[in-house]
Write a protein that binds this ligand. Structure first.
Ligand SMILES: [Zn+2]
Length: 96
């Protein structure tokens, strides 16, 4: 589990994240890293690629150390961040 800070505001049940957290998304086995609203999936231990790497040819990436701290991020994306709805049970459902 990453040690993270979480900061967000809600507009009509849509949560917009500014900082860094690990989220559980409906239909995804593994947690995603969320940085400023963009999501990253872990492709090998501690290496994270943008979840739109293929679909949007996005080269954003991040690295965490073995303690789960963020040690590198290239947060330049070719697309807008996805929007999520958060359920009562704390699960994320992608809505765009
Ligand atoms: Zn991206």
């Amino acid at each position: 589990m990453l040690s993270v800070r979480k900061c967000y505001f809600v507009i009509k049940n849509i949560i917009i994240f500014f900082l860094i957290s690990v989220i559980n998304v409906l239909g995804q086995k593994k947690g995603l890293l969320m940085i400023k609203g963009h999501t990253y999936s872990e492709y090998s231990p501690n290496y994270w690629y943008c979840t739109k790497k293929k679909s949007a040819q996005c080269n954003a990436k991040a690295r965490t150390d073995r303690h789960g701290h963020l040690i590198y991020v290239k947060n330049e994306h070719t697309h807008l961040p996805p929007a999520y709805h958060i359920t009562n049970t704390g699960q994320y459902v992608k809505i765009s």
